[in-house]
Design a protein around this ligand. Structure first.
Ligand code: UDP
Ligand code: MG
Length: 340
């Protein structure tokens, strides 16, 4: 065979996933065995504080397809995904969570959609087995708000489980926003897309890293990154208040001159002052949220920092973009020919 076999990359971020990694890897390997592609499997250790590094070293020793990146600290799910995608070399890149909530059995289906010509294959979560009613409702509300507020359509329930062709992955990695909302960025990219639905099972081991506070931060970030609607709403609110104030002034003058009805008006003054004060603070807060984002982006810090890389054949010609590739890591042993 003269033509090199097409290869795919799997990117899975792990943050304190030691307990479930072996099971995840087994399921992933089983799914990959049913596909005709050579694969590289990139695990990104997002600053885990448990035995995840050891678990990854074990996988690496057992399976030559495994490559690992260790970030210097916890940079968050979205940054970890980007780190893995930056390092991926395959003709298609599949990203999925390493807690078995994104069933690896679906990968062959994603690949088939890619073979049929899709450049980005989304997955849409129908149900999440262990999500609380609150998490479900909050997620619905958030996507509803976001789809109204943003010009970029963002599919409700779209998970960070997706396949991107080489071209789509390259364009994705070229977007260097420090604080990322990957699902929004992916929709923004365009490309020919296809969608695959799935039911997310309960977590295999460990617990969700998205606490309520973290979810809210993520949601606020998604809204602010993809919509100026909150700023506009602030302005509308301002107009509303100004209109109300104008009417009230007319009424007050009328009361003073015509009705001669000059009650000390302490209550109305207080109410107006408080109301206007509240609206001003709210507006300031919204503006502050955007200014903060600008400040963060303007500093131009890389989205993540890598401490160690293992298993990569370090060919500088392959290096893509500036995710901040720190030196270190034993990569000399990783030279392999991925094309059969
Ligand atoms: N994750 C990560 N960094 C983080 C938080 C999570 O790399 O700071 C990984 C985690 O290991 C998992 C995936 O991102 O593979 C999704 O996280 P989680 O399962 O906690 O989120 P949920 O499924 O509850 O939304
Ligand atoms: Mg999960």
């Amino acid at each position: 065979m003269t033509l090199a076999r097409r290869s795919i990359s799997i990117v899975a971020p792990c943050y304190n996933e030691a307990e479930g990694l072996a099971a995840f890897h087994a399921a992933l390997s089983a799914a990959l065995a049913t596909t005709p592609y050579a694969a590289e499997i990139i695990y990104v250790d997002d600053g885990s504080t448990d035995a995840t590094p050891q678990a990854l070293a074990e996988l690496r020793a057992r399976d030559a397809r495994v490559k690992t990146l260790a970030l210097s600290r916890n940079f968050g799910h979205q940054a970890a995904l980007l780190a893995g995608m930056d390092a991926a070399q395959g003709d298609a890149v599949v990203t999925l969570d390493s807690d078995l909530q994104h069933p690896p059995e679906l990968i062959p289906e994603l690949l088939r959609a890619w073979e049929r010509g899709a450049e980005i294959v989304y997955t849409i979560r129908r149900e999440t087995a262990d999500a609380t009613l609150f998490k479900r409702l909050a997620s619905r509300l958030f996507y509803w708000l976001l789809s109204r507020a943003s010009a970029t359509p963002i599919i409700p329930g779209a998970a960070d489980f997706r396949l991107m062709s080489r071209a789509a992955a390259d364009s994705f990695c070229a977007l260097r926003e420090t604080h990322r909302f990957n699902r929004g960025l992916v929709s923004w990219l365009g490309f020919r897309t296809a969608a695959v639905e799935f039911d997310a099972p309960a977590r295999f081991a460990g617990e969700s890293k998205y606490s309520l506070a973290r979810m809210l931060r993520f949601a606020a970030h998604g809204l602010v990154s993809f919509s100026v609607w909150p700023l506009r709403a602030t302005m509308l609110l301002g107009f509303g208040m100004a209109g109300f104030a104008a009417l009230y002034i007319v009424y007050a003058l009328f009361a003073f001159f015509a009705l001669r009805w000059t009650v000390p008006g302490w209550t109305s003054t207080l109410v107006t002052v408080l109301l206007i004060g509240g609206v001003q603070l709210l507006s300031l807060g919204i503006v502050g949220e955007y200014v903060g984002k600008i400040y963060e982006e303007v500093k131009g810090r890389p989205p993540y920092v890598i401490r160690e890389r293992h298993g990569f054949d370090d060919n500088p010609g392959n290096s893509r973009g500036a995710g901040q590739r720190a030196a270190g890591g034993s990569s000399a042993a990783g030279t392999r020919n991925r094309s059969a």
